[in-house]
Design a binder for this molecule. Structure first.
Ligand code: PEP
Length: 256
């Protein structure tokens, strides 16, 4: 299985800035066959960047998309419109869940629409700080995982990526709010167990599981060596050229 390094640029960079930044990343990045590098710029930048990106080195992801293909849905962009522009889409990010109130039902429809349009969904799941404190982590993980994959058939499971992103560890500056490899390992096992229960071990084993939550060049190596972790979803550090390249290099090193 490849190692995935996914940079989520969130609401950062104008189209011009995004284009310059992409150019710099491409200049510093060899084409690694076993490391899949993906960046998720803002929606507005996707189309021009799709003409600029060298897909042998890097792929593009949408940060969101709408599940209906067309119609009276003011302000939305559908996965059918994104088809051909992006290879991946981040779905169910905690900011979509908690700022924009997306629930598992809506997330499931988005996952289905992405798969239908040949875009690989990166389904984000993860517990909040209080859910962890109340011992609800395993229930939350199961509900978000099974809720999000509700409409994914056995045949389509290999078109899906799961990202475990504990909400409490996202954009954290405090060491105490960083997930430890043991904490991640425990949840990754839980994800595999749930996938196995529904889809069987053979199919479940093929699903890449990424970790996200304040990944930076000094913790990337440790996170990438957690058993069952197949890559990283990175916010803040993906906006800094040297850090993003460093993490990609770490991924390459860890694999070899
Ligand atoms: C994210 O938003 O998906 C994320 C993991 O952000 P950060 O790396 O900044 O914590």
């Amino acid at each position: 299985m490849k190692t995935y390094i996914v940079g989520n640029w969130k609401l950062n960079f104008t189209v011009g800035e995004a284009s310059i930044y992409l150019h710099k990343i491409l200049k510093n990045l060899p084409a690694y066959r076993d490391v899949e590098v993906v960046v998720a710029p803002s929606l507005l930048a996707l189309q021009p960047l799709s003409l600029q990106v060298d897909r042998r080195k890097m792929k593009l992801a949408a940060q969101n998309g709408f599940y209906r293909d067309y119609g009276a849905f003011t302000g939305e962009v559908s996965f059918s419109q994104l088809r051909g522009i992006v290879d991946y889409a981040i779905i169910g990010h905690s900011e979509r869940r908690y700022v924009f109130r997306e629930d598992d039902k809506m997330i499931a429809k988005k996952v289905e629409a992405a798969v239908r349009n040949r875009i690989t969904p990166i389904l984000c799941i993860g517990e909040t700080e209080s859910e962890r404190a109340f011992g609800e982590t395993s229930d939350v993980i199961r509900d978000q995982l099974m809720g999000g994959l509700r409409d994914v058939s056995d045949d389509d499971l290999d078109k899906v990526i799961i990202a475990y992103e504990p909400v409490w560890a996202i954009s954290s500056t405090k060491a105490s709010k960083l997930a430890t490899p043991d904490e991640i390992s425990e949840v990754v096992k839980l994800i595999k167990k749930n996938l196995t229960e529904i889809y069987g071990a053979k199919l479940a084993d093929e699903v890449p599981i990424l970790f996200g939550g304040s990944v930076n060049p000094s913790n990337a190596g440790a996170y990438l060596t957690v058993p069952g972790v197949n890559g990283l979803l990175i916010g803040g550090a993906s906006l800094i050229l040297s850090e993003f390249i460093d993490i990609i290099d770490t991924a390459k090193r860890v694999r070899s």
